[in-house]
Structures are given as C-alpha cells and as structure tokens.
Ligand binder design. Structure first.
Ligand code: RUB
Length: 329
C-alpha cells in the first residue's frame, strides 16, 4: 500500500485484480469511481500531498491488470481534470471529473448500442464470446426496437464469462444456446454475426479481446460469418500509435489446472513437491489474444461504425499525439 491511498481504493484494486470487477468498461467505471472516493476521503493537508496521493491511487489501480486500455484511459482522464490551488478545489474538481467520465461512459455505451443494433436484423442469430457490456448493448437496443434475436453463447474457458452473458440474455428473454468453446466452428453455419467486445484496439485495427476471439474470427471468416466488434472509443489504445504493442495478461495457472490436477498429471502427491522444484510441467494462461484487422468486419463505436483499417484516424482525432502517464510523475 502506498502512503495516502485510502482503503476503498485498495479494495477496488483487489477486486479488479481478482476479477470480482471485470470487463473493460466496468473496470474503467470502477477505477474512476475509486479516484473520486480517493479525492473525497483524502486526508491530505496540502495541495501537493493531495496530488501525490491521487497519483498513488491511480498507480495502485493501474497495476492491477495490463490489457484493457480503458483502465489507463480512465485514470488519465480523471487525473487531467484535477485542478485547483486548495485541497477543497482539487477535491471538487477531481470528483466532478470522475462523475463526467462515468456519465460519458454510460452514454457512449447507449449510443454504441443504437449504432450496433442497426447491423442486426429481425430473426438474426448472434454468437458471443466472453461477456461484453458493449456487445450486449447492441443486442439490448435491437430487442427494444422489436427485433427477435437468438444467441449462441460460448462458455469461455477458463473463467466461464459466457455464463454472465447467458444470464443477461435470458433476463431479456433471448433464446440462448450455451456451447463449449471447442464447438464454435460447428455452430457457425447457424450464425448471422459473431459479436464480441474489446479490451484494447490497436492503431492497425487489430482487436485485443478475451483469448479465443482470434480463432473464432478466423473460423467465422472461413464460414463467411461477419465479425462485429463493439467497442467504445475508451478501448482505443493510444500507445499503439507510436509502435507500442499491447501487453497480454498472463494469469495464474490455477485458473486452468488446480494443484490436485497438477499433482495427478505429474504423478505424485503435491506434499512431496517443493514449490521451487521444476517438474517439467508448464501451464500458460494468457487471458487475451490479438485478432488481426483483416478478420474483423466492423468496429462499432459511439462515434459510428468503422472498418478496422480506418480506426487510426479516429484515434488521432481523439488522442492527438499525447500518451502521457500522469500517475508516474
Ligand atoms: C473481458 C473481455 C470483454 C471486454 C469487453 O475479459 O474480454 O470482452 O473486456 O467488455 P475479462 P466490455 O473477463 O478477463 O475482464 O464491453 O464490458 O467493456
């Protein structure tokens, strides 16, 4: 814990790291809310201390998960709005800025939903991967406008976020078929759209989303099914304009193999193994993958629908050339 960071910020950071709070938009919203709480409860007695503690809070949140750029984009936006000569002014401006961010985030998702819904026709079958609030917003608006939609929901190993998608869609009355990830290609011939969200979108139009998205997109192309990515502009990754790549999070191997399962594979009880001993068994658990632009038919944002190859023009317009990290200074 860094000095001056309030416990509620630590708790939010923990929830993001453990995926209690998850999904790029939800993470961004929680991070902005946490900075507002930091501002509200800060014990800082000087403006300099207030700013230092706010930056420390942003750092604490930043270090939780590396792939969804909505997190640093949210932190940057709120910190840039921290303005004033007194603690009281700094507090008020930071809280107001965080509120603006959260309101805009919600509005952007609604607008994106209206745009994305135009791609969906009455009677369409949509295949989903993971759980994306941006993707679901498109279905929500389509349903509201009276279109019947069916969904084939990929389970999404290892964390099974498909269950969250299935629950939401059933709440809306959408007929849902849940399948294991490996069954996706078999079901694609019944599907009109693959509809996914994004954690980050790179300047070359490639889409970083839950691991498995790229294989799904390649299969969809082979089957002639269009791939639609629903992503608010908060998902655009400014660093990729200057050649940086997006870090793919590697998560704990226990999400894939429990200690018992590992011991069974290795063929000995886990008690006679020291943690440091190399038993020759590696488990890789990347949480995300990269879908090249050529497998994506449309990126739907609140600013309209874009072919992935032209997303960079929107990025330049929104971010200019500034990709500072105000929490590091
Ligand atoms: C979530 C995931 C979602 C995107 C978009 O991964 O890959 O597709 O974050 O979600 P995880 P949203 O479960 O590992 O966080 O549209 O809600 O921002």
């Amino acid at each position: 814990a860094e000095p001056g960071v309030v416990p509620a910020v630590e708790a939010t950071a923990d929830d993001i790291a453990t995926m209690e709070i998850r999904g790029a938009a939800t993470i961004a919203d929680a991070a902005a809310a946490a900075l507002a709480t930091q501002a509200d409860r800060s014990g800082a007695e000087s403006p300099a201390a207030f700013r230092r503690h706010l930056r420390a809070a942003a750092r604490t949140l930043y270090e939780t998960r590396p792939t969804a750029v909505s997190l640093p984009n949210a932190l940057r936006y709120v910190l840039r709005g921290m303005d004033g000569e007194t603690v009281a002014d700094l507090r008020a401006s930071t809280i107001a800025r965080a509120e603006t961010f959260r309101r805009d985030l919600e509005r952007a998702q609604e607008t994106l939903g209206e745009i994305g819904a135009n791609r969906l026709r009455d009677g369409d079958v949509v295949m989903t991967h993971c759980h994306s609030t941006d993707a679901l917003a498109c279905i929500d608006v389509a349903l509201e406008s009276g279109k019947a939609i069916e969904a084939i929901v990929k389970e999404t190993r290892p964390r099974k976020q498909g269950h969250i998608t299935a629950r939401q869609l059933r709440e809306w009355g959408v007929p849902v078929t849940v399948i294991v990830d490996n069954a996706a290609r078999r079901y694609l011939d019944r599907v009109d759209h693959v509809l996914v969200g994004a954690d980050s979108i790179a300047a070359d139009g490639s889409v970083i989303n839950k691991v498995g998205t790229s294989g799904l997109a390649v299969n969809a192309r082979e089957r002639g099914v269009p791939v639609m990515v629903a992503a608010q502009t908060i998902k655009l990754h400014p660093d990729t304009m200057t050649g940086h790549t997006v870090e793919i999070e590697l998560r704990d191997e226990r999400e894939v193999l429990s200690d018992e399962e590992r011991a069974t594979i290795i063929g000995k009880g886990d008690e006679d193994e020291s943690a440091a001993e190399d038993d020759g068994l590696t488990v890789d658990n990347p949480a995300f993958d990269v879908t090249p632009a050529r497998y994506v038919d449309a990126i739907v944002t609140e600013r309209g629908q874009f072919p992935p190859e032209s997303i960079v023009t929107l990025m330049r317009e929104l971010f200019g050339e500034t990709t500072d990290e105000p929490w590091t200074v």
